[in-house]
Design a binder for this molecule. Structure first.
Ligand code: ADP
Length: 533
């Protein structure tokens, strides 16, 4: 039966813990779509910021070359540099393979410089061609170039970028910068493919860590200038124009999954974790509830115990006292009556002694772990001894015990004194709850691995729901019939404790109204029976 205090605790736990957590879980379920959207946006931003970082890095690389080259190529007068510096420029170009050429376009002419390995005839021929092309381009795109110069004066350095060469295996791009603010232009010609391979792809490698797949593609056509060797056919998730080479774009996708898959998986994982947390929480709440309920029950039982025991102690004490006082006052005249008074005093002091023994046995056993001497003993012998003890205690004719012992019972390893206490308790209960004078059967038999002593009565019995609880300390049945009997609720707890100390157990078979059988199982360690004496 669930006590009102347990219900109260459960209600508090439901209000304080379960309702908030369940509400949060339901809220998360309802928010699922929004969460997915939010997560997708976050992932998309992450991909975008990776592309941004690749772009920024390659842009900075290009700018750093330009700023190193600028003082070499532009003299203070804005003229073509002297030979020693030309050599340094060529050296610089050859050390940086993505650089195809460096040029200067001033009032006095136009000049292209290539890496120093170039043969002089071809070098000068292409330099001448390139110079003419550049001069024509400056003319044709003068508005754009003017804008670039104005921007540079305002401190906003952004080159004027022109496709220089486009073929199916070669691409070059010209980047024009403002030189000195007086119409002198200078810049670089990039070898696009080497720039992609050495600068952009290097950054891809740094960002990758196996999680992403990158590519570089022409914006207008399905022509890829960088595409890793993978068999992943899924489309790229994000794209962004490559700042240095604006007719190309950077592409990115996740390796092994798509954003939608990833978001779906994450959402599912989050929900599963949430459900697991709920499960653990419910488990925890149930465990705590059971523990607290048990503590409350124990506290209640202790209170009942004090009340019971003081009542049980007082009743015989009062009887003893009244009878003794009456005797002392000399009010009892007949010898027979006197004898009856003495008998009552004796019986009640024995009852008192039994009760005190029970309480003492219990506290002794509870704290005793060592110092528990075992010896090999004959159970039948002990059972007969206890039956006799019981007969003496309860008076002749009031102990209807019938012993049914299997012949040839093996010896058992036991602590005689405590087994005596256990048997006395079982027999006391059998008489107490055994339905007034009906015979109590004591059985002794051998099971496969146990020697078993059973005490069977045909009394009120124990309902299934209480069969575990009656072995708890201080527990007394809720059954009115049982409550009428005296007792401390310690007897069966003592029996169970004793059996545990013997490595055995006590079991019950019972039907309410029909009776009960309590059995003590003693383990037999050797097949022969004598347990290693
Ligand atoms: P006590 O007998 O002092 O109450 P026990 O620990 O010996 O304490 O028993 C606990 C409870 O188990 C009893 O109060 C009673 O309700 C129930 N019980 C024990 N033995 C029997 C029995 N043979 N038949 C019916 N109920 C029993």
């Amino acid at each position: 039966m669930i006590k009102p205090s347990s219900i109260k605790i459960m209600i508090v736990m439901i209000i304080a813990v379960m309702i908030p957590v369940f509400s949060y879980t339901v809220f998360q379920f309802l928010q699922q779509d929004q969460n997915e959207h939010l997560m997708k946006t976050i992932y998309e931003r992450q991909l975008n910021s990776i592309l941004f970082s690749v772009n920024q890095d390659s842009w900075n690389q290009m700018l750093s070359w330009v700023s190193e080259l600028q003082p070499l190529i532009i003299s203070r007068s804005g003229q073509v540099p002297v030979d020693s510096r030309i050599w340094q420029v060529r050296q610089f170009i050859s050390e940086h393979p993505p650089l195809h050429a460096v040029f200067l376009h001033g009032p006095s002419g136009c000049r292209f410089l290539y890496r120093n390995a170039a043969t002089s005839t071809r070098d000068s021929a292409s330099a001448q061609g390139d110079s003419l092309r550049l001069a024509a381009l400056v003319q044709a795109r003068s508005a754009g170039i003017r804008q670039m110069i104005q921007n540079a004066r305002a401190g906003y350095i952004r080159p004027f970028i022109v496709p220089w060469q486009r073929s199916h295996e070669n691409r070059k791009t010209l980047l024009v910068f403002s030189g000195d603010g007086n119409g002198v232009l200078f810049g670089i010609v990039l070898n696009d493919i080497r720039f992609i391979d050495e600068i952009v792809a290097r950054k891809f490698g740094e960002m990758n860590e196996g999680n992403f797949i990158f590519a570089v593609k022409e914006k207008e056509r399905d022509v890829f200038w960088y595409l890793p060797d993978t068999d992943e056919a899924r489309p790229f998730e994000k794209r962004e124009s490559l700042w240095v080479l604006p007719d190309l774009e950077l592409l990115i996708k996740m390796a092994g999954t798509t954003l939608d898959e990833l978001v779906g998986r994450r959402t599912r994982q989050n929900l599963i974790i949430l459900l697991l947390v709920n499960g653990v929480l419910i488990g925890g709440v149930v465990i705590i509830w059971r523990a607290i309920s048990k503590e409350i029950r124990l506290a209640q039982m202790k209170t009942d115990f004090v009340a019971n025991v003081s009542h049980e102690l007082r009743t015989p004490l009062a009887l003893i006292r009244i009878h003794a006082e009456t005797l002392e006052l000399g009010r009892v005249k007949s010898k027979e009556k006197m004898l009856q008074y003495y008998r009552t005093i004796l019986r009640e002091s024995e009852r008192l002694g039994g009760l005190i023994d029970n309480i003492l046995d219990f506290s002794r056993l509870e704290y005793r772990n060592e110092d528990y001497p075992m010896e090999s003993g004959d159970l039948e012998n002990l059972v007969r001894e206890v039956m006799e003890l019981h007969r003496l205690r309860r008076g002749e004719g009031r102990a209807p015990f019938r012993l049914e012992a299997q012949p040839g019972m093996p010896l058992v390893r036991m602590n005689r004194e405590s087994v005596r206490i256990a048997l006395l308790n079982l027999m006391d209960n059998a008489v107490k709850f055994g339905g007034g004078g009906k015979a109590v059967r004591i059985g002794l038999k051998r099971n496969r691995a146990d020697a078993v002593v059973s005490v069977t009565d045909s009394g009120i019995g124990v309902p299934e729901s209480e069969q575990k609880k009656i072995f708890e300390k201080f527990y007394r049945s809720a059954n009115g019939l049982a409550q009428n009997k005296s007792g401390s609720g310690l007897g069966l707890a003592i029996v169970r404790h004793i059996m545990l100390l013997h490595g055995g157990r006590v079991t019950i078979r019972s039907k309410p109204g029909q009776g009960s059988t309590f059995s003590l199982h003693f383990p037999l360690r050797e097949p022969g029976g004598t347990t290693g004496v």
